[in-house]
Design a protein. Sequence first.
Length: 232
Amino acid sequence: MMILREIKNISNCKIIIVSIIFSLNFLIYCIINFLDDNINSIKGIIGESSDDDFSNLEKYDSNILLQIQTNIEKYIEITFDEQKFLNGIIRKTKPKKLVEIGVSYGGTSALILNAIKDIHGAKLYSIDLNKLCYKNRSVETGYIVKESFHYLINKWKLFTGGLTSEFIEKIGNNIDFVYIDTVHITPGEMLNWLEILPFLKEGAIVVLHDTFIMYIYDRIIKKIKNYSNIIK
């Protein structure tokens, strides 16, 4: 009888998880449709005219990145090509109010701060759930900025120990650039995107790093199957 109850619970668990997956897929569908409906506005900000060429962002002002690259390479969790892209798109579009979600050591924070160092009025707001770096609990989140780039701190505000929703009202509206690099699985980054959406300036640029939609689904199903085999 106990085994039958366990199997019934497994079935209920599968139903709940499948419902969650369908809900997440619907959420992603809504986001994609939103982007499709607003594609003209998005194209307008990233440049459709012949005056703006966004085809080689990795090369745009790459010398600015090279000034600090050796100092951040041990503390940054994106590839060199991704670093050049992020530097290039910031240098090209010159945003004034930037938000970074996911900080870790602060390598990407340092890259962004370096990219806006000569952009008048530009400021970076960084958010991380952890007060201590998740990869090294002996140092604070954003450690490398405080350690090696203190001369850029006047352009930086760091929020730690909470979710984006807990800090976003302090940051306020008219955000024109967002970089999201958090849990690397759906719905993580998508939820971050929704948290920040009402505060974006029209035509804002949002860059998401390493989002794998089906990763969480595969992990859940594998755990259910393993648990089901144990019960049998």
